[in-house]
Design a protein around this ligand. Structure first.
Ligand code: NAD
Length: 357
C-alpha cells in the first residue's frame, strides 16, 4: 500500500513529503534524471517508457540499468515498457500503481524531424498528453507537471522570452504539439480542477544528454576529430540549461502545485556559438575543426529565457555555469559514454546540432 511504502521511504531518508510519482519518458534524458533525484530523496517512482528508437536505445537502456542497480526494490521503482497512448495498458497501470503525482516527460522531441513525420508527434505528444490528463483527473492526481518547450516562442519577434508573451505562432509541428498540450492543460484545469503546470525547457544538456542535440554532438565530434559546422559568424547565442537545474525546477514544480501555470525553465543568460566551441575545446583538450557556413534561414540571433516567474513562484534559479556544465558533460562522455554505451562514429549525423527542442 501507499502507507507502507511511505513508511519504508521515510525509514530510508529524512524526506517527509513522500510521494509516489509517475514519470513518463523515464528512460529518456530528462525523465531518467528526475527519477534518479526523486528516488534519492525518498519518493517512489513508476516509470513508463515505450523505448522508441528516435535515438540509440542503448542510451535509454543504460539509463534504466543505472536506476535499477541503485534501486533494486520494485516497490520503490517500478518500470513499465509501453505507449502512453495505449488505453488498456495505461488504465491497468493507474489501477495497480495509483500514482498521486505525474511528471510527464514522454514525448517525441526534436524540431526538424517533426517536419518530416508530424503524425508521430501528434500521436505521442497530443494524444499521449490528453490520455494522461484524462487518467489523472479520473484517478485524483494531485499535481500534473509536464514538459513543454521554448520552441512555443518560435514565431515571436522578441529574443528575451517571458511567459505572458503571446505565443500562438509555433513554427514546427513539434512546437505546435507542445502549444497544444498547454492549451489542453488549461482545459483540464478548467473542467476538472486538475492542478497542471507546463514547463518550457530551454535547450537542456548534461550527462546522458540526447545525441541529436548540439552539446552532445559538439563534444562527440571534437573528441573524435570530426568537423563541426558553424552556421553564421558564431555570434548567435542560446540559453543552454544544465540538467541538474532543470531537474531542480521540475521537482520544485512537483512540490508546489498550482491550479494552472506555465513556467520558463532556462539558465536566464545566453552563450554564443563561438564561446560554446571554445569551452568544448577546453574541456575535451582538442581543437575543433570548424566549417563556417552561411546563417540558416529562420535562425534567430539570440534567445534567452526570462526566468523571473519561476524564481518568484517556485524559487527556481539556475546555478550551474555553462563552463562547469560542459566540463561535467565531457567527463560523463569520457568516463561513461565512451566506455559503456559508445555508438559507432559512422552512425553520427553530420555537423551542427538540431535547433533547441
Ligand atoms: P528523450 O527523447 O530523451 O525522452 C523522451 C522519452 O519519452 C524517450 O525515452 C521516449 O522513448 C519516451 N516516449 C516518447 N513517446 C512515448 C510514448 N508514446 N509512450 C511512452 N514513452 C514515450 O527527450 P528529453 O530530452 O529527455 O525530453 C523530455 C521532455 O522534455 C520531452 O517532452 C521534450 O519534448 C521536452 N523538452 C526537452 C528539451 C531538451 O533540450 N532536452 C527541451 C525542451 C523540451
Amino acid at each position: 500500500s501507499i502507507e507502507s511504502s511511505a513508511r519504508r521511504a521515510s525509514a530510508l531518508s529524512p524526506h517527509i513529503g513522500y510521494k509516489k510519482v509517475l514519470v513518463t519518458g523515464g528512460a529518456g534524458f530528462v525523465g531518467s534524471s528526475v527519477a534518479a533525484y526523486l528516488l534519492e530523496r525518498g519518493d517512489d517512482v513508476v516509470i513508463v517508457d515505450e523505448m522508441n528508437d528516435y535515438y540509440d536505445v542503448r542510451i535509454k537502456e543504460n539509463n534504466l540499468r543505472r536506476l535499477r542497480e541503485a534501486y533494486p526494490d520494485k516497490k520503490r521503482l517500478a518500470i513499465y515498457r509501453g505507449d502512453i497512448c495505449d488505453e488498456d495498458f495505461m488504465l491497468t497501470l493507474f489501477e495497480s500503481e495509483r500514482p498521486q503525482w505525474v511528471c510527464h516527460m514522454a514525448a517525441r522531441a526534436g524540431v526538424r524531424p517533426s517536419i518530416q513525420d508530424p503524425y508521430v508527434y501528434i500521436h505521442s505528444n497530443i494524444r499521449g498528453t490528453t490520455h494522461l490528463m484524462e487518467l489523472s483527473h479520473k484517478f485524483g492526481v494531485k499535481n500534473f507537471v509536464f514538459a513543454s518547450s521554448s520552441s512555443v516562442y518560435g514565431g515571436s519577434n522578441s529574443t528575451f522570452f517571458s511567459e505572458d508573451e503571446c505565443v500562438d505562432n509555433p513554427v514546427s509541428p513539434y512546437a505546435a504539439t507542445k502549444k497544444a498540450c498547454e492549451l489542453l492543460a488549461y482545459t483540464y484545469h478548467h473542467l476538472y480542477k486538475l492542478n497542471v503546470t507546463g514547463l518550457r525547457f530551454f535547450t537542456v544538456y548534461g550527462p546522458r544528454g540526447r545525441p541529436d542535440m548540439a552539446p552532445f554532438k559538439f563534444i562527440d565530434r571534437v573528441s573524435r576529430g570530426f568537423e563541426l559546422q558553424q552556421f553564421g559568424d558564431g555570434s548567435s547565442s542560446r540559453d543552454y540549461t544544465y540538467i541538474d537545474d532543470i531537474v531542480d525546477g521540475i521537482v520544485r514544480s512537483i512540490d508546489r502545485p498550482y491550479p494552472y501555470q506555465v513556467f520558463n525553465l532556462g539558465k536566464g543568460s545566453g552563450n554564443s556559438l563561438k564561446e560554446f566551441i571554445n569551452i568544448v575545446e577546453k574541456h575535451v583538450g582538442r581543437k575543433a575543426i570548424v566549417k563556417v557556413l552561411p546563417d540558416q534561414p529562420g535562425d534567430v540571433p539570440y534567445t534567452c529565457a526570462d526566468v523571473s516567474k519561476a524564481y518568484d513562484l517556485l524559487g527556481y534559479s539556475a546555478t550551474v555555469s555553462f563552463d562547469e556544465g560542459i566540463r561535467r558533460t565531457v567527463q560523463w562522455y569520457q568516463e561513461e559514454y565512451v566506455k559503456n554505451i559508445c555508438i559507432e562514429p559512422e552512425t553520427q549525423a553530420n555537423g551542427m546540432g538540431r535547433a533547441p527542442s
